[in-house]
Design a protein around this ligand. Structure first.
Ligand SMILES: [Zn+2]
Length: 274
């Protein structure tokens, strides 16, 4: 396939590294019973106390700007987290308030997830978020309409293409920067005593993600990877992420960008073609 450099710097591929800082909200949003499960909550907290600093060091080593999706609850209980991310030059985007799954709660609760999330990020010092990612990537018609109504520039929850595209619902549309389960750390490593992933060999992730990058490069595509600090922030897994990054950097053919920057780059072409 012909390579058409359309990304800044004449690079063939664009890559976004994205981190969902679910922290305790990732469990508390599953049910009130998690409030007394101190072990699982402590692993969630590890994502903020150990995972995020390691990730920030890695991104700084390679001078890569990234996008962090932060639930409002996480921003509230982890004082200074949002400011630390902003100070390092990263994007802070919307990931609900208590990480409630839109498909499992009422329309009223969906409004609260969006608006309390906006309030919490604002109180933590973040500029109005440009992007949104739904909990567990389950986007509903009600939340879709809220995103359009609240003026979000992009959503990053759907899988209808492997390039940025325009997602539609009943006459409304939003710029979509797609995701995929194969490009997510959680299905590989997100194990807990009740189930989940299978504590996979991180070398599989390295091979798969490098393959994805090379396919994006061949097609001149943007691609994004989704990670969770308590998962990818375990040292041996982060070492494998660094191998993926080193491969991309060595190609000298990649434009690393935050999702809001990707949205700004592709929006004129995609939204004009609607
Ligand atoms: Zn999440």
């Amino acid at each position: 396939m012909a390579t058409t450099p359309t990304w800044p710097g004449g690079k063939s591929a664009a890559v976004s590294l994205t981190f969902d800082v679910d922290a305790e909200a990732g469990w508390l949003g599953e049910g009130a019973e998690y409030a007394r499960r101190l072990t699982i909550l402590s692993e969630a907290r590890y994502g903020v106390t150990r995972g995020v600093p390691r990730i920030l060091d890695l991104l700084a080593r390679h001078d890569i700007p990234a996008t962090f999706f932060v639930p409002g609850h996480t921003a509230e209980i982890h004082d200074g987290l949002v400011q630390t991310l902003l100070d390092a030059g990263h994007e802070v985007a919307h990931h609900g308030y208590l990480h409630l799954r839109s498909d499992k709660v009422s329309a009223t609760d969906q409004v609260e997830e969006i608006d309390r999330g906006l309030d919490a990020l604002a109180k933590a010092g973040a500029p109005a978020p440009r992007g949104y990612r739904s909990t567990s990537w389950e986007l509903t018609p009600e939340t879709f309409e809220l995103l359009v109504d609240r003026g979000f520039a992009y959503d990053s929850s759907c899988m209808g293409d492997d390039r940025p595209y325009v997602e539609h619902w009943e006459g409304q549309s939003i710029l979509e920067i797609p995701v995929h389960w194969s490009l997510d750390d959680w299905p590989r490593f997100g194990w807990n005593i009740d189930g989940g992933g299978n504590v996979a060999d991180p070398a599989e992730m390295t091979r798969t993600w490098i393959s994805e990058f090379e396919s994006a490069r061949a097609e001149g595509r943007h691609t994004s990877f989704t990670m969770h600090p308590e998962v990818i922030g375990r040292p041996y897994r982060l070492a494998h992420l660094e191998r993926v990054i080193e491969h991309m950097v060595a190609s000298d053919d990649v434009h690393f960008a935050r999702l809001d920057d990707i949205a700004a780059t592709v929006a004129p072409r995609l939204l004009a073609a609607r």
